[in-house]
Design a protein around this ligand. Sequence first.
Ligand SMILES: Cc1cc2nc3c(=O)[nH]c(=O)nc-3n(C[C@H](O)[C@H](O)[C@H](O)COP(=O)(O)OP(=O)(O)OC[C@H]3O[C@@H](n4cnc5c(N)ncnc54)[C@H](O)[C@@H]3O)c2cc1C
Length: 426
Amino acid sequence: MNIPRTSFPRIIIIGGGFAGVALAKKLSKQDLQVVLLDKNNYHTFQPLLYQVSTGGLEPDSIAYPIRKILKDFPNFHFRLANVGEIDVEKNKVITNIGKLKFDYLVVASGSTTNYFGNAAIEKYSMAMKTIPQSLNLRSLILENFEDALLTSDLNERNALMNFVIVGGGPTGVELAGALAEIKKGILPKDYPDLDTRLAQIHVVQSGNCILKGMSANASQKAEDFLEKLGVNVWKNVRVTNYDGKTVTTNTDLTFETATLIWAAGVKGANIKGLDAERFVTRGNRLLVNEFSQIKGFEHIFAIGDVACMINEEHPKGLPMMAQPAIQQGNQLGDNILRLIEEQPMNPFSYKDKGSMATIGRNKAVVDLKRFKFQGVFAWYVWMFVHLFFLIGFRNRMVVFINWVYNYVRFDREARLIIRPFKKKLE
Ligand SMILES: Cc1cc2nc3c(=O)[nH]c(=O)nc-3n(C[C@H](O)[C@H](O)[C@H](O)COP(=O)(O)OP(=O)(O)OC[C@H]3O[C@@H](n4cnc5c(N)ncnc54)[C@H](O)[C@@H]3O)c2cc1C
């Protein structure tokens, strides 16, 4: 991999997401050699992926080169590498570009879509976890309308204009809101010869409320907002199968659709070598202690989505969200320095800064520790927080200008089929 051997201890970080970047920033200023490996050369701001899928933002405004984030640190090395295995006996990572020894290893590989073992859904549905997946979804949505224009078969046309989103968490809710706005504001202008009023958006949620992790008020208000936008919310309904045409559920309800979007869950993106049962707990996440150490190791850690840190308040592990990932990255940076200096490490304590979701123009719900609010003010708060956490001045400016433009013009200009998506139908 062409990484020089120095007298400094070598720390390998797998993953340049929220957790990995926060940790690398902390450690790269120190007398340590920090090597960050990621299969992409960019950091993805996942909370805004749905805006890429719906033509509101260009993908490059929510991605940022990892090398640029850490360009000022001489002891920092980045390699574009897919880590396939970790050899915990020999303290080595094995990647597609070679092997590398470590003194300390931090697994920050995030999560992947969880289909709960349903191969048909995995094959035919659309996920929205990465930028390429979001671009596929953007293409498919637009291709559907182009196809709907051509067909004279009414059932086929309706299926092309039906969108079924599985999962009523923030991702499903935000995507549904954005699709509803496209239906109202953009489709009639783009497809005047198509009756786009027939387009339908469904959110299917297995539980009895949407935005389950938020307050009852936020959940109810989000549902009201979606209803106002014409989205059908189906609660207590579990999607059981999809053959590329028909969605079946555990009730009598079925949907004919060309687009099933799976936003119903994620699981830890664990890596071979740490996948034995003794390391892994629910959701394929690595069980870690309060210092982020993986069971049985002093020098191998996991942080972010892939890590499951259990405490009294979070018996199922900390939420798979950006804040725990960033806070764990920061804290582990301090702890690794303490470990090297042979000082006791400090246990991690999660500071919950709240959660939020936007349902569309002037519509958002925000739950902070002390205040919970919904509506226009919440929408401004949502926008401010997302701009604040985006990496890079240019990205912030581009996103801000896009949002202002979209708001004033009721538009989403990035509705482009740049890389056509081929459906996997046989
Ligand atoms: C659509 C969507 C919307 C979301 N919205 C919100 C939100 O509004 N608020 C919120 O707090 N959270 C949100 N989240 C969750 C949040 O994005 C994650 O919790 C957060 O990204 C976790 O950070 P992480 O560093 O653990 O992993 P990630 O940010 O996923 O980063 C993992 C990195 O590891 C790399 N990697 C993985 N495996 C390998 C390998 N084998 N070799 C090399 N590199 C590898 C990946 O390329 C990636 O860069 C959302 C997630 C999604 C998908």
